[in-house]
Design a protein around this ligand. Sequence first.
Ligand code: SF4
Ligand code: SF4
Length: 96
Amino acid sequence: MSWKCDCCGHCCRHVDKVPALRELANDDGVCKYLDSENKCSIYDHRPAVCNVRWIYEHFFKPVGVSEEDFYAKTQEACDKLRNEVISEEASENEHA
Ligand code: SF4
Ligand code: SF4
């Protein structure tokens, strides 16, 4: 099973919505380490919570969760966040 982050950047642009990452947020909710090309500027040293593979290996694999299930849930979380962001942006545009 392979899952590939498509680098949409939504999670890094909305760290204010993620309790474990809130301290990385600039005033606009964007992670202070996201660069102008939508890439993590500290990728090799990013917090463990930003590393999907690390999270799986340390928290889910030891309790028997399959990679398939874990990545399916990860994809669901990405889709949920994406939909939230899209609807918030649409609502902001309506009221602009
Ligand atoms: S929201 Fe998901 S797909 Fe988008 S950058 Fe974050 S981990 Fe990758
Ligand atoms: S540290 Fe890097 S991977 Fe983590 S939220 Fe910030 S930009 Fe994204």
